[in-house]
Write a protein that binds this ligand. Structure first.
Ligand code: PAF
Length: 285
């Protein structure tokens, strides 16, 4: 094992003891929750976390509670060895890699839910997903008790759900969103891109092109509804099965988008075995 790899801790008790030690030395703690299978997007989150704290913890936990019955929980890649290698030399000093039993020793008797935000967009297509995310993130924040927790803006609705939980439960943590890391083609980096064939991966960049075309229409305030219709038809013709392509208020994801100062254009679509999501945030004129 290389010495610059992070320490791997799998028990809640051991992690708490380690972090108590760090805090007693005056360290500010940053936290990056992940499900592993790390790519450059995650490494960018870790670099960002490292700039905001003295000690960075990355959790790697494939959370069963956020997967639906017909989703890819079993197939989701578990790559702890490669992930710890990827984090070698990064700002991450500790990987928290608990088992399901460690995280849910008594099953799920308490849930965290943000009903309004959790049932629209991805929540409509993945019932229970955000309840699973909100519950596990609250548990992780309670274990790590970081000063700052860093999430990707790619999962925009997830970020809004987590910000709402932190605000409503008065959690003493700063929740930070970091810009999406993209392939040169524009495709947002995601662990689920691994499910794409080479041809599908090239095609997948069209999601970002549609978002950009729509962002232009919003900025010019011209032909937004027509562009939306055309882009939906174009993506469908290319073979995407669209869950949604929508323009929403960037603050609260309500549909009152065109009255908002800032909107977010969000897309979710299946391409082959992969369900892909992406978004861009745009100032209205
Ligand atoms: O974005 C993810 O990888 C997951 O939803 C998260 C935040 C780690 C919770 O399991």
């Amino acid at each position: 094992m290389q010495s610059d790899r992070p320490l791997i801790i799998s028990s809640v008790t051991d992690l708490r003891a380690h972090l108590a030690d760090m805090r007693s030395q005056g360290s500010r703690i940053a936290f990056v929750p992940t499900m592993g299978n790390l790519h450059q997007g995650h490494l960018d989150l870790v670099a960002h976390a490292g700039e905001r704290a003295d000690h960075t913890v990355v959790s790697i936990f494939v959370n069963p509670m956020q997967f639906g019955p017909n989703e890819d929980f079993d197939a989701y890649p578990r790559t702890l060895e490669a992930d710890s290698e990827a984090l070698a030399g990064s700002a991450c000093q500790v990987i928290f890699a608990p088992t399901v039993r460690e995280m849910y020793p008594h099953g799920v008797n308490t849930e965290i839910d943000v009903p309004g935000l959790s049932t629209i967009l991805c929540g409509h297509h993945r019932p229970g997903h955000f309840k699973g995310v909100a519950t596990v993130v609250t548990k992780l924040l309670n274990i790590v008790q970081p000063d700052v927790a860093v999430f990707g803006n790619k999962d925009y609705q997830q970020l809004k759900v987590i910000q709402t939980v932190a605000t409503d439960l008065l959690l003493p943590v700063e929740i930070v969103g970091v810009d999406t890391t993209r392939e040169p083609s524009g495709l947002a980096m995601s662990s689920r891109n691994a499910y794409l064939t080479e041809d599908q991966r090239a095609l997948a960049a069209n999601l970002y092109h549609s978002l950009q075309t729509l962002a232009d229409a919003v900025r010019r305030d011209q032909g937004v509804s027509t562009t939306l219709r055309k882009e939906k038809a174009r993506l469908s013709a290319l073979g995407f099965v669209l869950d949604y392509l929508e323009i929403r208020n960037a603050d609260d994801l309500t549909q009152s988008a065109m009255e908002a100062d800032t909107v977010v254009i969000l897309v979710a679509a299946k391409l082959g075995q992969a369900r892909l999501i992406d978004n861009v945030v745009v100032q209205t004129p």
